[in-house]
Design a protein around this ligand. Structure first.
Ligand code: PXL
Length: 287
């Protein structure tokens, strides 16, 4: 075993801060820290809760702060191993995020865009059709995208119902997604036959689990955060996606067994120990 101390990879996490209802930064920061990364938060908006099924949420847009934060970081000479974006407030916020990505990225920076826009065939409440075009432009700047099936359809300009649910035609969907710009894509939340739900990735991997009844908020954020944390520890895209699928499934199952209100998020905290161990083992190999 190497005794060398590795400098933690630094990640710019550009997401909203929703105080309650775990999602976005309240998932990305603990997951990335547990996986040995330094996560620098660039909050895009401040909300009391996320917008999914919780009425009365407060909402403060921080778009005007984004160029100021990005310029300050650049002036400090901070360099980033990865830049990670998710939920966005408006089309103009998506272009501000795109500009921050361009300012902060270096040739080796991995850019992961989770194109959060909707679920179950529908756009989220605060999303407008012009945001889909802006999200497509942001994806064109990325290395990896992690859409769910709804977001894959939106990015491709196809009706949700027209997307396939079986492996062979989904490979063509993945090819169309990577043609938008990213090298790698994984589609999550695919309902397969026999009550299976799963994800399929452009490197050939497919993961399935028995679906747990319910709508599980923040699970896309958990999946994307674990994928990035594992890649920053040196795992391949395929291994990272497998770990993300297992972690997300385990957190959903635990939440289901605990019987808490799923709108407030899944119990991912109990996964952090495993994630920490996975990343530490992978880093020893890099050592
Ligand atoms: O989990 C995606 C997400 C992130 N942030 C906010 C949201 C949602 C989904 O509804 O509302 C504020």
């Amino acid at each position: 075993m190497s005794h060398q101390t590795l400098v933690p990879p630094r990640i710019a996490a550009i997401h909203d801060l929703s105080g309650a209802g775990k999602c976005s930064l309240t998932i990305a920061l603990p997951v990335l820290s547990a996986m040995g990364c330094e996560a620098c938060a660039m909050p895009t908006a401040l909300l009391s809760t996320h917008t999914g099924g919780i009425p009365g949420f407060t909402y403060r847009d921080l778009t005007d702060d984004l160029p100021l934060i990005a310029s300050h970081w650049a002036s400090l000479g901070l360099t980033f191993d990865a830049i990670y974006t998710g939920f966005a407030a408006s089309a103009s916020q998506l272009s501000a995020i795109g500009e921050a990505v361009e300012l902060l990225r270096a040739p080796t920076t991995l850019v992961l865009v989770d194109p959060v826009m909707g679920d179950l065939g529908k756009l989220y409440k605060t999303y407008t059709p012009d945001m889909v075009e802006s999200m497509r432009s942001l994806c064109a700047k990325s290395d990896i995208i992690t859409p769910n099936l709804t977001e894959a359809a939106l990015l491709l300009g196809l009706p949700y119902e027209s997307l396939p649910h079986s492996e062979r035609p989904l490979r063509e969907t993945l090819r169309q997604l990577t043609a938008l710009g990213p090298h790698c894509a994984v589609i999550t939340g695919i309902p397969f036959d026999d009550d299976q739900i799963g994800a399929i990735s452009s490197d050939g991997g497919i993961i399935t689990h028995t679906a747990v009844p319910g709508v599980w908020h923040g699970t896309g954020d958990l999946f994307a955060s674990v994928t990035l944390g594992a890649m920053m520890a040196g795992a391949s895209f395929g291994e990272s996606v497998t770990l993300a699928g297992e972690t997300t499934y385990s957190a959903i199952n635990r939440t289901y067994r605990n019987g808490t209100d799923p709108r407030f998020g899944v119990h991912f905290e109990a996964e952090l120990g495993k994630l920490c161990q996975f990343a530490a083992k992978r880093r020893e190999k890099l050592g």
